[in-house]
Design a protein around this ligand. Structure first.
Ligand code: CP3
Length: 344
């Protein structure tokens, strides 16, 4: 079934549970590492021919039910005026960091058709050939704001929290700007042919439930609402969200993506069965031999209990050191594990 991923997004019955992996095209792939030996990551993302090839590679190699656009969360920030560098070992660096109201005012509005034409061209190329649905993606306002404010990744997000608490007006202006830019970018991806969209709020879980609900959820909600006109399903993903899953879900998304820190059945109950769920095997499980992780994968499927609307994924991205063969075996395992699947 070619459309089992999209059917599951809409909570329609499927023949087998659909499965794909965040970072399925990254450094765990030998084909990707070979290309990376010759080109920088962002250089690959800016080349529609290569980016389309990398997008499709895991579909052929792993047998996953969806392709995810090969690109990066940080590219729209670059187009808005930040300078972005991906440094080996230390993660992304953005400069200059946004620390004051004036820094927010300097961010440019985004014109996706012009600034990110290469992304839209990659989508068109993938759609010419793809046998499975293509997922486009972008960052949620909070996660993008955190990169701008911290100047890169962070463990405790102290600068971001300081900004949110000390400069409430500038914070709202920053969130408004990011919400607008990402809305335009994600809608342009759907117009170019993306058949589903994933909004990554990867670091929302750093926040207290109160700050999330009051200062972040309204912007995510505005962004997710603005995607309804596209008619493609939207996956709203975050990690460490178990402390405020109800407000995370109420911000929107046809499907809510959860990490491994919460049992899938408990999460689904809290999200509500009027939404789909994506997840949630611990990516670290795949560093063990298959006989060790099969029980954990079966546990995720048992908790989903074959209810329409489950998309199998890891709780976060594939770790670079994951054996490629384990990903292949996991796709087979999910597809063969049919007892629980109610449907066609
Ligand atoms: O999932 C996929 O296979 C599609 C491609 C994709 C990439 N980044 C490619 C990439 C996607 C969906 C992203 C999203 C992204 N980028 C997120 C959200 C997802 C998440 O992990 O929560 C974030 C936070 C970023 C920012 C970013 N870009 C980080 C933290 C890193 C890792 C830094 C490092 O060196 O490991 C990147 C780089 C990046 N983006 C790589 C890939 C394949 C690895 C860089 C490389 O090839 O050297």
């Amino acid at each position: 079934m070619k459309d089992r991923f999209l059917r599951a997004c809409w909570r329609e019955p499927v023949d087998r549970t659909p499965v794909w992996f965040m970072r399925q095209a990254g450094r765990s792939s030998a084909a990707y590492r070979e290309l990376r030996a010759r080109h920088g990551m962002l250089e690959l993302a800016r080349d529609p021919k290569l980016a389309a090839e990398i997008t499709m590679q895991p579909v052929h190699e792993l047998g996953v039910d969806a392709a995810i656009l090969f690109s990066d969360l940080l590219l729209p920030l670059e187009a808005m005026g930040a300078s972005v560098a991906l440094e080996e070992g230390t993660g992304p660096r953005l400069s200059p960091p946004v620390r004051k109201g004036e820094d927010v005012a300097r961010l440019r509005a985004l014109d996706p058709e012009k600034d990110l034409a290469f992304v839209l061209e990659t989508i068109r190329r993938v759609r010419e050939k793809a046998e499975v649905p293509l997922i486009g993606f972008g960052g949620a306002p909070f996660t993008l704001a955190s990169y701008l404010i911290e100047g890169g990744g962070s463990r405790d997000f102290l600068e971001t929290k300081r900004f949110l608490h000390a400069e409430p007006d500038a914070w709202d202006r920053l969130m408004a700007r990011l919400t607008e830019a990402l809305g335009a970018f994600l809608r342009a991806q759907a117009d170019a042919g993306a058949q589903a969209l994933q909004v990554f709020d990867s670091w929302a879980g750093a926040l207290s439930p109160l700050d999330y609900a009051a200062r972040v959820a309204p912007w995510s909600r505005k962004l997710l609402r603005s995607l309804e006109e596209t008619d493609v399903p939207v996956i709203h993903f975050g990690t460490n969200t178990a402390g405020f899953l109800e407000s995370f879900r109420s911000a929107g998304g046809d499907v809510v993506g959860v990490d491994w820190r919460v049992p899938l059945d408990e999460a689904w109950h809290r999200i509500g069965e009027d939404r789909g769920i994506q997840g949630n095997l611990d990516p670290a499980a795949l560093l063990d031999p298959p006989e060790a992780w099969r029980a954990a994968a079966a546990d995720v499927l048992r908790r989903a209990d074959g209810r329409p609307g489950h998309i199998f994924n890891l709780g976060h991205g594939v770790l670079p050191q994951t054996p490629r063969e384990s990903l292949q075996l996991l796709v087979q395992f999910v597809h063969e594990h049919q007892e629980g699947v109610r449907g066609t």
